[in-house]
Design a protein around this ligand. Structure first.
Ligand code: PLP
Length: 373
């Protein structure tokens, strides 16, 4: 099996699993409990929070454990809306549904929203953010890098504009956390998710700059500094901290290794298969390659590769038998047929060059077979 869908999720690292396992077995206490079982786990949760804060160069009180990128984005957007009561939101049209649909939810509660389209390269320009800000703008979300194309967004400039204009800025760092430093100093909040960098599923962190006004979404106990009630998923939190530590430590070597795999793959595909086009331009994460194949539907390529033991994805959604092209690719101005013919290949640390070559060979057969149908 060749797994080239690392943007969807990654296989857990053995060292991460080893660190988590005791917290699923003998260290089972509730960190809220007063007795020694609870205190031992509470200390480990505190250490995990401190470790993440140190890696981000922020304060431990600014880190909230959440279930992942979806909850981080929902909490930031809806938490600011709940605090402010009314106003205008700016959300890039290429955000993950966690942000897009949260903004749509808030529109039903009287908030107004502007969905900003990217340029043809899939990049949101800082100028378009500046132009969209109104007197009543309370929140802006532009992700650090897009999940489908891997296009890196100008978060530093956008963060600077938002700060100067008093707009709360959230940067979704779910895709970029593995290979890029997180832009803590440029945003009011950011989120990332352990399962994208060899950690467990259902574990993520939300950083919120101290002094920011944000309401809780989950009422209950006083966990997570009162922002999110509910018993902490201790094993997941321990795994998140370990996975993030490894990701930060290995970031540069991982980026170099992944870009080597990806660049070889892309150059072989573009030179050996006619009618292929890279989607997204400018700076792209080293892990991502989004390629359209003329005359093919991405889904058909996906199924052909799957039958041959290769896992990839398309940004298209299939509902009621009809394929809807990716929202992010359409927002970048791609034609419907090009968006529908897109396939996303995302590389991870367990991939190797042999797999790149094998995938190109199978891909050539897939495209030929589909075009000749
Ligand atoms: N944001 C981005 C950019 C993502 O790619 C994803 C997942 O693919 C999410 C948010 C959601 O993260 P999670 O699966 O941890 O909820």
């Amino acid at each position: 099996m060749i797994y080239l869908d690392n943007a969807a999720t990654t296989r857990i690292d053995d060292d991460v699993l080893a660190e988590m396992t005791p917290f699923l077995k003998e260290n089972f206490g509730n960190p809220q409990s007063q007795h020694s079982y609870g205190r031992a786990v509470a200390n480990a949760v505190t250490a995990a929070r401190d470790k993440i804060a140190e890696l981000l160069s922020c304060r431990s009180e600014e880190i909230y454990f959440v279930s992942g990128g979806t909850e981080a984005g929902n909490t930031a957007l809806k938490g600011v809306c709940a605090e402010r009561g009314k106003g205008h939101l700016i959300v890039s049209a290429i955000e993950h549904p966690a942000l897009l649909e949260s903004a749509e939810d808030m529109q039903k509660h009287g908030f107004e929203a502007t969905f900003l389209n990217p340029d043809g390269n899939g990049r949101i320009s800082p100028e378009s953010v500046a132009a969209a800000i109104r007197k009543d703008t309370v929140f802006c979300a532009v992700m650090a890098a897009n999940n489908e194309t891997g296009v890196i967004q100008p978060v530093e400039e956008i963060g600077g504009i938002c700060r100067a204009r008093g707009v709360f800025y959230y940067a979704d760092c779910v895709q970029s956390a593995c290979t890029r430093a997180l832009p803590v100093e440029y945003c009011d909040a950011l989120g990332f998710s352990a399962h994208k960098f060899y950690g467990p599923k259902g574990a993520g962190a939300l950083y919120v700059k101290s002094g920011s006004k944000i309401s809780r979404l989950i009422s209950g106990g006083r966990q997570e500094h009162g922002l999110r009630g509910g018993t902490v998923n201790t094993a997941a939190v321990i795994g998140l901290a370990k996975a993030f530590e490894l990701a930060c430590r290995e970031r540069e070597s991982a980026a170099a290794y992944l870009s080597g795999l990806r660049d070889k793959f892309v150059s072989r595909v573009l030179s050996e298969i006619d009618g292929t086009h890279i989607n997204g331009g400018g700076h792209i994460l080293p892990s991502h390659a989004n390629i359209s194949f003329d005359g093919c539907e991405g889904e058909n390529i996906l199924f052909y590769l799957d039958l041959n033991g290769i896992a990839v994805s398309t940004g298209s959604a299939c509902s009621a038998g009809a394929v809807t092209p990716s929202r992010a690719l359409m927002a970048a101005g791609l034609s419907e047929s090009r968006a529908k013919s897109a396939v996303r290949f995302t590389f991870g640390k367990y991939n190797n060059f042999e797999e790149v070559d094998k995938t190109v060979e199978v891909l050539k057969r897939a495209v030929a077979a589909i075009r000749n149908k």
